[in-house]
Design a protein around this ligand. Structure first.
Ligand SMILES: NC(=O)c1ccc[n+]([C@@H]2O[C@H](COP(=O)([O-])OP(=O)(O)OC[C@H]3O[C@@H](n4cnc5c(N)ncnc54)[C@H](OP(=O)(O)O)[C@@H]3O)[C@@H](O)[C@H]2O)c1
Length: 325
């Protein structure tokens, strides 16, 4: 059984995902849809994709497509995922899966009602360097994990029409990259949140340019998470335990992980040439083959929890989008 994919939106991340898909043995990208016929045709030609559509809906009416990768800006995820589910397609949707919890509540119910697979593309959870870090944690290599410090920041394109700065496209650091810090903290502590506190600088375009979040979990774990669209940060996650620490450079797209205990260092390196989107795609194919409706790695409840934390931060920092008012 080969799982047939459709790519919805032929933008930046769609290119990266499709390029990595060459390493996916258990599925095929059968079609791509763009609002522009020339863009979808060029995309299809570049990656040797059989079909190209100049309308998202037309691709969703193609009975050969099993699952759709949604690669549009955040604010369109709700509309596009609804379209997919209503047309009988399973969904792998880019992060954040929705802009707020209300949207996600509706979508997750729709997926359940239609008995279709639905997953947020939090690809980080499937990366070998992250899995190795979790193995080190589970096997007690760094003792009891107490704190996590995370930074993710770059000097981004803050042109007010662009996706990062535009409030009509749900821009800002929190939803674009801060979500990765929350996601890694959730993966490591996997515990009830006792308290979350945050601050941000809201820029001229009405989105958070940079922010800091602190989370305290019930069993005592603490996370400090900073993200920025206007400055280059250290870009790493450091996990501190009672017996050592783990450093994950560029943790959201991790290719390596460093274990430091008693003055000794052990490095894990994922030498595969892909960026790593192939791992989540491979996993989705496996789940679809088995008829599963959600991923055990990124289940609906986890996306729901992450979104509720994002909602709380947004309330604290006063980040509201024009289309939500
Ligand atoms: N997993 C990751 O590592 C990762 C990395 C980057 C981004 N992302 C996520 O992927 C999503 C897309 O990000 P991106 O950087 O690829 O965005 P992008 O290149 O700016 O836009 C993606 C595509 O969305 C489509 N689109 C549909 N309606 C649109 C509208 N009104 N305005 C602009 N674009 C519209 C366009 O495709 P057509 O014109 O072809 O229809 C566009 O090329 C975001 O939610 C982001 O968070 C994930």
């Amino acid at each position: 059984m080969t799982i047939n994919w459709g790519i919805l939106g032929a933008g930046k991340i769609a290119h990266k995902f499709t390029n990595d898909f060459k390493a996916v043995s258990n599925g095929t990208i059968k079609a791509v849809a763009s609002r522009s016929s020339s863009r979808s045709e060029e995309f299809a030609k570049q990656y040797n994709i059989e079909k190209s559509y100049a309308s998202y809906l037309e691709m969703l009416q193609d009975s050969e497509i099993d699952v759709v990768y949604i690669a549009t800006p955040h604010n369109f995820h709700f509309e596009h995922a609804s379209m997919c589910l209503n047309n009988g397609k399973s969904v792998l949707c880019e992060k954040p899966v929705c802009v707020n919890s209300q949207e996600f509540e509706i979508l997750s119910h729709l997926a359940k009602e239609k008995q279709l697979f639905f997953m947020e593309a939090l690809w980080t959870y499937y990366l070998p360097a992250i899995l190795k870090s979790m193995e080190w944690i589970y096997t007690g290599k760094i003792g009891e994990v107490k704190q996590v410090q995370v930074s993710f920041g770059f000097n981004g394109d803050m042109n007010k029409e662009g996706r990062l700065a535009n409030s009509n496209l749900a821009g800002g650091a929190l939803l674009d990259i801060g979500i990765y810090g929350i996601a890694i903290s959730e993966l490591i502590f996997n515990d009830k949140v006792e308290n979350i506190q945050s601050m941000a600088h809201i820029g001229e375009t009405g989105v958070d340019e940079y922010n800091t979040i602190q989370i305290k979990y019930q069993k005592g774990g603490m996370a400090q998470i900073s993200s920025s669209l206007v400055s280059n940060m250290k870009n790493e996650a450091v996990i501190y335990g009672t017996k050592g620490r783990i450093i994950i450079p560029k943790f959201w797209m991790a290719k390596e992980s460093i274990l430091i205990t008693n003055g000794e260092q052990l490095n894990f390196v994922d030498k595969s040439p892909e960026l790593g989107y192939n791992y989540e795609a491979f996993a989705v194919n496996k789940l679809l083959e088995k008829g599963q409706l959600e991923s055990p790695v990124i289940p609906i409840w986890k996306s729901k929890k992450i979104l509720s934390l994002l909602d709380q931060v947004r309330k604290q920092i006063g980040l509201e989008y024009p289309f939500e008012k």
